[in-house]
Design a binder for this molecule. Structure first.
Ligand code: SF4
Length: 511
């Protein structure tokens, strides 16, 4: 009997290792325990799956102490139990998704090359290696893939710039510094299916002529660091990385570098500084990293989800990917539901689903059962949307038109007990804490922002201070060197616009 017990850090934090140990001890027959990634239904973790003739039957959430009782109740035969969720692949949460990036996450053993290939792995890389590099770039451009890290810049255009910049040494850097609140898709992908990221980076390297790659992972992700390092070692042994990738003559090797916990290192140029061993400070652009990147060489910098989308694009063709999504948001995005939500986790779907559907139909509303009051999309620099504004389709331009942003796809839900003035204050405080200090509007503006919000809430000259806050937001938006200072006003302004009553008796006015 084969039993799956996740090794993803979300499951580990809930006792998955003890569950696996107890299963090995309590089983009434020989069992094979496979440590898989998480399917992303975090409210069911640890989710134990038993392979039966009907499919993989899930039990969750399984606490370590519950294992003996579950075995006695016939779990290893797939018997019914109050924790039994039925056939996992048929659960609406999974069935309704379009999983391209996350196709194998939760399904396979993350470190088994056989499992990877058996579930469609390497199909994209094999096809890419048969095409001229320029055709691979063209395929990614035609797919409509845009950077999933937040900026939404077309990946193919970035790759074309790197490919077209001559030089003997080029790099592919993967930004896995996932620091946005409510985001965890990069981590889950790296822990649950690291070979997909390796394959995506190898395709990128072949397309642009790069020979070396780095995955920059935040130090808060020790399990992801370990899994990526092990997966890279396996990939080298398999000949998927190294001097002659899959025997096709291209050289590409990959290394993991661990960040030291600065949010700003998620900004691509600060990440490059950090990779070079320097303090994580933002570089002025131009020059852009595609031309003058890591160690001054042409460099592709993409987020984990961008690069992990590439194998599916090459395997299925640009047209199939392009057929998904709406307007200029093509393909799928891995949305992450977090905060005060009944069912949190990963939901990969084509762009276009409404935020309301995500939060209510799939997320099940708040965990506290109270009404949803606000939803923040796109990390700590994203806008707060009111409960009445959730009909927005999940796509880049619709969000921009609403004064919001999709960012990295993080969705954080708040109930009606949230105080939005303190959330606005938090945005400024976060910026003051995480600012790299290079430019004045951000470094000083964020500190002044905290002070002025405190004065408004304390009722000190609300009209004057609201006007001052408006000016400050404008200055930060227009005058900051990067998105850290430039976007901090977004949550502040949205809180003022939609939740003015929380800021005291005075209305926020029209900024
Ligand atoms: Fe640094 Fe802030 Fe300026 Fe960005 S906006 S460069 S984080 S000081």
């Amino acid at each position: 009997t084969t039993v799956y017990v996740p090794r993803d850090s979300a499951a580990l934090s809930l006792g998955a290792d003890e569950v696996a140990a107890n299963l090995a001890q309590e089983a009434d027959r020989p069992i094979r325990i496979v440590r898989n990634g998480s399917h992303g239904m975090l409210w069911l973790e640890p989710l134990v799956e038993v392979v039966t003739e009907r499919g993989r039957i899930g039990y969750g959430p399984v606490e370590p102490d519950a294992v003996a009782g579950l075995v006695a109740a016939g779990m290893l035969d797939g018997a019914g139990h109050e924790l039994c969720q039925g056939v996992v692949a048929e659960l609406p949460w999974l069935r309704d998704q379009t999983r391209l990036c996350f196709a194998r996450v939760g399904v396979t053993d993350p470190l088994s090359p056989e499992d990877y290939v058996a579930h469609g792995g390497l199909a994209g890389l094999r096809r890419a290696l048969r095409l001229p590099p320029a055709d691979v770039v063209a395929e990614v451009t035609e797919s409509g893939l845009r950077g999933r890290g937040g900026a939404g810049f077309p990946a193919g255009i970035k790759w074309k710039t790197v490919a077209g910049t001559p030089g003997p040494l080029k790099f592919v850097c993967c930004n896995a510094d996932e620091g946005d609140s409510g985001t965890f898709a990069d981590r889950m992908l790296m822990e649950g299916d690291p070979f997909t990221l390796i394959e995506g980076m190898t395709i990128a390297a072949y397309a642009v002529g790069a020979t070396e790659g780095y995955v920059y992972i935040r130090s808060e992700y020790p399990d992801a660091v370990r899994t990526m390092r092990e997966a890279i070692a396996v990939a080298r042994e398999q000949g998927w990385l190294g001097e002659n990738v899959l025997g096709a003559g291209h050289t590409f090797d990959l290394f993991v570098r661990v960040g030291a916990g600065a949010y700003i290192c998620g900004e691509e140029t600060a990440m490059l500084e950090s990779l070079e061993g320097k303090r994580g400070m933002v570089r002025a652009k131009p020059p852009i990293p595609a031309i003058t990147g890591l160690f001054g060489k042409p460099t592709v910098v993409n987020n984990v989800l961008t690069l992990a989308s590439v194998p599916a694009i090459l395997a299925g063709g640009a047209a199939a990917y392009q057929a998904l999504g709406v307007e200029r948001s093509r393909g799928t995005q891995v949305f992450q539901l977090a905060g005060n939500v009944a069912r949190g986790g990963i939901f990969e779907t084509a762009f276009g689903m409404t935020l309301h559907e995500l939060v209510h139909t799939y997320g099940g509303g708040t965990r506290t059962g109270r009404p949803v009051r606000a939803v923040q999309v796109g990390g700590p620099l994203g806008a707060y949307l009111p409960a009445t504004g959730l009909d927005l389709p999940m796509e880049y331009e619709a969000f921009a038109a609403a004064g919001a942003m999709l960012g990295h796809g993080g969705v954080v839900v708040f109930d009606d007990t949230v105080d939005m003035a303190s959330m606005a204050r938090f945005a400024m405080e976060f910026c003051a804490e995480e600012s790299c200090g290079k430019c004045t509007p951000c470094r000083v503006g964020a500190v002044r922002g905290v002070e002025v919000i405190d004065k408004i809430v304390a009722g000190q000259d609300p009209d004057g201070n609201l006007a001052l806050l408006g000016d400050l937001c404008e200055l930060m938006t227009e005058g900051s060197l990067c998105a850290m200072g430039g976007l901090t006003p977004m949550p502040v302004r949205s809180a003022l616009l939609h939740f003015a009553d929380d800021f005291g008796p005075k209305r926020a006015g029209d900024f």
